[in-house]
Design a protein around this ligand. Sequence first.
Ligand code: PHE
Ligand code: CO
Length: 293
Amino acid sequence: MSNQLHKPAHARADWTIDQGWEKYTAEEHAVWDLLYKRQMEILPGRAADEFMHGLKALDLGKGGIPNFEIISDELEALTGWRVVAVPGLVPDEVFFDHLANRRFPAGQFIRKRNELDYLQEPDVFHDVFGHVPMLTNPVFADYMEAYGKGGLRSLNFAALKNLAALYWYTVEFGLIQTDDGLRIYGAGIVSSKTESIFALEDASPNRIGFDLERLMTTDYRIDDFQQTYFIIESYDQLFRATVDTDFAPLYERMQGKFSKAPEDVIKREDTVITHGTQAYAKSGGRLANADAK
Ligand code: PHE
Ligand code: CO
């Protein structure tokens, strides 16, 4: 989501475009297959069961970039969600409105073979491989709709930064505690080979128990691995904590500001699972560690 964007001429009023599935080249389909294969080598035992189940239920590994119409029909039968193509970032109210109506806006372009690991704009691999599987889970699907509705409501407040942080630390970079250990459900992690390992296994980042207000007041990195990951105990916990809370008083208190830096650990308040060394960030992060990746 973002503001002050210009709607391209080929986009509809709701910013959707045709996916143009027939126009993908063999090379573009091959990039999807390569990315899919790389992730499947590392995600079993790291990604949440609900994510792995969604990949299979939608047959996202059948070969090539998925056709949005086909996976939408399957997804709609499961949880009522559909995937719609958009030309990249869309304005906040457009984004929220799609979610509130159980439509997931996805980029249709795919990254090039020479930039498999890092890209700024979400492409079809991030959006579809990363986000869509979790939408097969009924509770997570309801959370995403509730988030969209909350987003529409938040437009009346100076709330966007705080609400965006909630999305960031759950939908994009969330971890979940399971009986088998810590697992990834965040789309930004599961769609990245390097961050999937870093988020679970590296000694650098903090890993802290989910707390709604804590998340909403914590700044985050948009251009590198996270310095803190927040852990939920269940999707029900996430759903209840957000849906049962009236955000209006929170927005009033937070004033659209962050009071915690990405690396902070708050003594006596945080449930600390890992107090990270922050060695990765201190050593200069992505640019300094480019060779190691
Ligand atoms: N309960 C929130 C509100 O009062 C709405 C919301 C639900 C936001 C779920 C995010 C996720 O605005
Ligand atoms: Co995303």
